[in-house]
Ligand binder design. Sequence first.
Ligand SMILES: Cc1ncc(COP(=O)(O)O)c(C=O)c1O
Length: 340
Amino acid sequence: MNFRSDNEAPVHQAIMQALLDANQGFTESYGYDPYSEQFTEQCQQLFETWCEVLPLTTGTAANSIAMTLACPPYGSILCHEHSHLNADECGAPEFFTAGAKLIPLPGAHGKIDLPHLDRYLAGTGTHGEHECLPSVISITQCTESGTLYSLDELRQLQAIKDKYGLALHMDGARFANALSTLGCSPAAMTWQAGIDMLSFGATKNGAMMAEALIVFNPQLTQQIKRLRKRAGHLISKMRYVSAQLCAYLQDDLWLQLAQHANQMAQQFHQGTTGAVEFIHPVEANEVFCRLPLAMIESLQQQGFEFHVWPGSDDIIRLVFSHATQTEQVNQLVTAIKAHG
Ligand SMILES: Cc1ncc(COP(=O)(O)O)c(C=O)c1O
């Protein structure tokens, strides 16, 4: 029973069907196909504004291309120390920006500590050409700890971004899960809160390698298509990525799938409260908890699969997906309670 990653979940049937439906005859290449055009229109309706939309195949590409739009080689990017950008992309943001500097910042539960960010930025600008130019703040929503920035926290970030004149990027690999919890509009969680660039994830929530970079700030899009091509991410048969993304948004499928995943996490949380120690608030579809070593071993022997979190031997991460079944969560809860 797999609680290891939403990346390990299958592709949702409606998205697989959309791929089959798109696989008819010839159509334009390199993003000039009807599916790519439709997805841009869907995004503009969904976000209630103009935006430039690049379908991509990985979140790392979306994040890295976003950085090239707003960060020069001599710039710096402020992000959480545990962000995917900093911890899991093998230097891709630095590589694509031709050497920009990532500044990893601390903060509880995967969120950048905002007073710390403000103090850090207030301390820059005194060292002339010896220091990198702060250019982008990148946040993750949901965070790598399964938590969320509230709308109020997003507004505080917007104030900091405006104060220092930086661009604001959101890594939304699990954007749908975050939106489903906050219950606000996509616009409220993005450009209305000062987000200039969004890495919009679909892969973890039912798609097959389909992501998009969505840019709301027209000042950042001048050379976006060249930068994508140069990064090796202009996909010739883009219809197969875009067809997935169209189906993902169709009839709110994306929100239904995320809501289900989040509900599974809540079911686990409620079922085991008092029996395990939760490391972070459970706000979306990822749960981090501390368990006795003997319980971890016993669960593994019973066939429950999950990650023991790097850097600790008694903290596990459970990820619930669109394909997780209620019964599977019940079995895990029962196994934990039986042990305790
Ligand atoms: C927070 C976050 N950002 C981005 C990504 C995208 O990663 P990938 O390049 O593997 O698609 C992931 C995937 O694990 C992630 O968890």
